[in-house]
Design a protein around this ligand. Structure first.
Ligand SMILES: [Zn+2]
Length: 86
């Protein structure tokens, strides 16, 4: 997910929040779901260090996929990677 789509999504959340304020439990529930999604999106966009189970085999900190050391994002789950230890 690139920065633009993240911003679009944020704007969508704000619109949902407006609706939720004025009415219904349905919108309130939708709002909570979307808040959760955006939290996950921000988490994945925040670089994380890989897990080093074995010295020569870094694993994705989110999904556990084996990384080959060239990725900026995990191929499997799109987690952004902090490559400072590579
Ligand atoms: Zn992953």
């Amino acid at each position: 997910m690139n920065e633009n789509s993240l911003l679009e999504y944020f704007n969508y959340i704000v619109r949902q929040a407006d609706m939720a304020r004025t009415h219904s439990q349905k919108h309130d529930l939708k709002f909570r779901e979307n808040c959760q999604k955006i939290r996950e999106t921000i988490e994945k966009a925040t670089p994380k260090k890989p897990n080093w189970i074995y010295d020569d085999e870094p694993l994705c900190p989110y999904c556990g996929e084996v990384l080959d050391g060239t990725e900026v994002h995990c191929d499997e789950c799109d987690q952004r990677l902090d490559r400072s230890e590579w």
